[in-house]
Design a protein around this ligand. Structure first.
Ligand SMILES: Nc1ncnc2c1ncn2[C@@H]1O[C@H](COP(=O)(O)OP(=O)(O)OP(=O)(O)O)[C@@H](O)[C@H]1O
Ligand SMILES: [Mg+2]
Length: 375
């Protein structure tokens, strides 16, 4: 009986599984790719057939040790969480995080296949774990900062009052200058402390279209950055209404778009896009949503330096060189998004940074009831 690796009869079953499967020849060429592999590698079966792995993955060399181990052991070998990039693509969507298993195939296999490679994407699991870790850390940090702000607030009032009393007793104008410094600096500190202590109110949720909210954000941003930046709104206007607090979502998107504009200001032709799309099969606050509302902010700036990626959501963390950043924008955005039971995440490389906010269309009934009980 004649069998070939591409024959639908023999390999149809492989098209029904969610793990990407590649059959490789002795010299590392792809003999067969199943449907999931097409999806993972973003190429059709025809484009995949007979090409070498290096033509498909920019860092295919990272798979070589796994293949070698499987071959020398004569048994399957798995490596977890390998980050690979699709060849011929340069933006954030090119990254794949995969669990890779190499399985040696019988040498006398009629197809000529020497090895089977399983590619199991774990982007979403990694994203959820990272998000949960960052959210927990940020919550702890915010709590600490808020407590500290409270502690500073009270003596600050006393300090300012005492300086005012002292000033009233002083006749020498030169000495008044000193009390004025105390009062001015106390006011500055007071303003910072007040910013640290927001948000204090619970969100007020209303089912509403989000695009008018985003239009208003774009209007503000156009006024601030329209002269220097190419600003683009790319909205999927067919998206349904979202149950949300419009004021908070305005603040979230404004903070993220401002960051994008500020971060890309130094490049030759700064460009920022605000995009809306439907997100499918996403896990938000540990619930699987069939569809959700995705807001993406894309800029062509230098990106977030890798060594700071875990810290940019922390309160008071800033890399702005102009001294104008208080490092609160993302921390506030994260707090508001978490209250909406949504998620906020980013991918960044030089020339392409995308921040994504994913919101559920509606709040789960039990959460909504819980919220009503506390307001
Ligand atoms: N699109 C981006 N590209 C590169 N770096 C970014 C981007 N967005 C945020 N960052 C980095 O994250 C840091 C923290 O951002 P965040 O909005 O919390 O504070 P900030 O912008 O510095 O100050 P504030 O928003 O309070 O005025 C920024 O200082 C910047 O270094
Ligand atoms: Mg900011």
């Amino acid at each position: 009986m004649q069998r070939s690796p591409g024959s639908p009869r023999t390999l149809l079953g492989l098209d029904l599984i969610s793990t990407g499967v590649l059959l490789l020849s002795e010299d590392g060429r792809i003999l067969y790719a199943n449907a999931a592999a097409e999806h993972v590698l973003q190429l059709s079966r025809r484009q995949l057939t007979a090409v070498a792995l290096d033509a498909v993955l920019r860092d295919a060399h990272r798979l070589h040790p796994i293949i070698e181990r499987a071959r020398t052991m004569g048994a399957s070998f798995t490596e977890q969480e390998i980050e690979l990039h699709l060849a011929g693509r340069t933006n954030g969507s090119a990254k794949r995080v995969l669990n890779v298993t190499a399985v040696p195939v019988d040498a006398d296999h009629e197809s000529g296949a020497a090895l089977l490679l399983e590619l199991r994407p774990i982007d979403q699991q990694v994203r959820i774990a990272r998000e949960e870790r960052v959210t927990l850390q940020s919550q702890a940090n915010r709590e600490l900062v808020r407590n500290l702000a409270h502690e500073i607030k009270n003596p600050l009032g006393g300090l300012r009052g005492a300086a005012q009393l002292l000033e009233a007793e002083l006749s020498d104008p030169q000495l008044v200058e000193y009390t004025q410094v105390i009062i001015r600096e106390a006011d500055r500190l007071q303003a910072l402390v007040n910013r640290l202590l927001t948000p204090h109110r619970l969100p007020r949720y209303t089912k509403q279209p989000l695009h008018p909210v985003l239009d208003r954000v774009m209007a503000v941003i156009r006024a601030e950055f329209g002269a220097t930046h190419a600003l683009r709104a790319d909205f999927d206007v067919s998206l349904p209404d979202v149950e949300c607090d419009a004021e908070q979502i305005t603040q979230v998107v404004l903070n993220i778009v401002r960051n994008a504009c500020q971060s890309s200001a130094a490049v030759a032709a700064p460009a920022v896009t605000l995009r809306t799309r439907v997100a499918r099969q996403v896990v938000l606050a540990r619930r699987l949503h069939r569809i959700a509302f995705e807001i993406a902010v894309i800029d062509n700036g230098p990106g977030v330096p890798p060594e700071y990626r875990d810290r940019i959501f922390f309160p008071l963390f800033t890399l702005r060189k102009d001294g104008a950043g208080s490092g609160l924008g993302l921390s506030i955005a994260q707090t508001f998004v978490a209250q909406h039971l949504g998620a906020i995440e980013f991918d960044s490389e030089p020339g392409y940074t995308v921040f994504r906010v994913v919101l559920p269309f509606a709040r789960p009934a039990d959460e909504a009831r819980l919220n009503e009980g506390t307001t």
